[in-house]
Design a binder for this molecule. Structure first.
Ligand code: URA
Length: 414
């Protein structure tokens, strides 16, 4: 077997066998297949796609590249969640405590952000003292004692995904549906949960821009789940506008807390309720409507907030010591009218430039900075009204962020 024949076969849109996929991908991990050869194969896959059989085989090869977790030592049904990545996506911080407060175990290994989408682990690191790296024993102990855990994914779980993802990130192959499905499902299956909820984001601030692609990805991930006897549900959610009002690490943790306190009702609240209801419905085998009632109650009676605080303290974090930059710049409207669009991609671009995200692997994150949107879609504004506030430790250019807002003339009623 040789890698050039394998690349050629995929370029000609022919199906690769298990052995050929294994030869190429494991060879890459062992550094026998070069990164330029793997890039070429990934591009051929991105252009020509993969059959279901190839996707199942590659998922299996990914899972077998590392260790798998056995969660059976912890009692109860375990439901995991994953998001394909979005701007201002702090849903895990809200959803996991809600679901755990209702008696369903939530074992969550999360990633860091790269590029314009933030990672849950970076957000948690804005809480002083919070421990993101846990041993397997610590992970299992926390899961059985308080019903939830969120920590950084161990290097031992699906190492092939880490290696391939970094290459996809710089070779224009991140948006391939089969490659996304393999990447997500291999990690979720290796993490050992009984049931899995995936939040597929679509829009300008997401990896997937097209609703049809989101549906294809959803069906494919459900079929992979069937193969491994895991119930998989997917929610397709909008990522044309930022999720919630804050983008930036400490700001997002603070917003998650406000949602759990029941103080904010926005698109973030609505999505968190939808995701949590699906997880509770799967975990308890009840209808979504029934689950929704329980979820809303967990916020109203304070039990979800209590679980959130218990979880942060368990992992040694101190919310009281969390810092948000005191240096702020208010960005004002330059025209009057109604806000019809807030571009998620542009907001995240500015937030990254302030230091809230990484543009290269070497960059360091400033967890205290970011953007707070003070106006939402549908609000009418006058010239000089504050559209958003930048929390910054640098001299910031407010011009860029104004471009994220589309303000249209208000139609006069006759
Ligand atoms: N999230 C992942 O974990 N992998 C992908 O390929 C895309 C989003």
């Amino acid at each position: 077997m040789n890698i050039l024949d394998i690349i050629d076969k995929k370029r000609n849109d022919l199906e690769l066998s298990y052995e050929e996929l294994e030869y190429a991908f494991n060879g890459f991990l062992k550094e026998e297949v070069k990164d330029y050869q793997m890039s070429s194969l990934l591009m051929a896959i991105t252009i020509n796609g993969m059959s279901d059989r190839e996707v199942f085989d590659l998922t299996d090869i990914f899972i077998k590249s590392g260790e798998t977790l056995d969660l059976s030592v912890v009692d109860g049904i375990k439901v995991d969640k994953h998001s394909t990545g979005g701007v201002g996506d702090k849903t895990t911080l809200v959803v996991a405590p809600i679901v755990a407060s209702l008696g369903i175990k939530v074992p969550k290994m999360s990633g860091r952000g790269l590029g314009y989408t933030g990672g849950t682990i970076d957000k948690l690191e804005s809480i002083p003292g919070f421990k993101v790296d846990l041993s397997l024993e610590e992970f299992l102990k926390e899961l059985s004692e308080i019903g939830m855990v969120v920590c950084a994914q161990t290097e031992k779980l699906v190492p092939l995904d880490k290696a391939i993802y970094s290459l996809r990130d710089v070779t224009g192959t991140v948006s391939s549906i089969p490659l996304i499905a393999v990447s997500i499902m291999s990690k979720k299956i290796a993490s050992g949960a009984d049931k899995i909820l995936i939040d597929i984001k679509v829009g300008s601030g997401a990896l997937i821009k097209d609703e049809n692609d989101a549906k294809l990805l959803k069906d494919l991930m459900v079929r992979i789940g069937d193969k491994y006897n895991k119930e998989v549900r997917c929610v397709i959610s909008d990522m044309n506008i930022p999720l919630g009002m804050c983008v930036g690490n400490a700001l997002e943790v603070a917003e998650a807390e406000l949602i759990l306190e029941g103080q904010i009702r926005n698109n973030l609240y609505d999505l968190c309720i939808e995701l949590a209801s699906n997880m509770v419905s799967m975990g308890k085998g009840i209808s979504i409507i029934e689950a929704r009632g329980e979820v809303e109650n967990a916020i109203a009676d304070g039990s979800a907030l209590e679980k959130f605080i218990q979880f942060i303290e368990y992992q040694k974090g101190s919310l009281d010591d969390m810092v948000i930059s005191e240096k702020t710049i208010e960005v004002v409207a330059e025209k009057a009218g109604i806000i019809t669009k807030i571009d998620a991609y542009k907001v995240s671009e500015v937030s990254c430039k302030l230091g809230a995200g990484k543009l290269t692997l070497e960059d360091t994150i400033d967890t205290t900075v970011g953007v707070r949107l003070d106006k939402q879609i549908g609000d009418t504004v006058e010239i000089g009204d504050v559209l958003c506030t930048l929390f910054t430790n640098k001299v910031a250019d407010s011009f860029e962020i104004v471009k994220a807002f589309t303000i249209e003339d208000v139609e006069e009623d006759n």
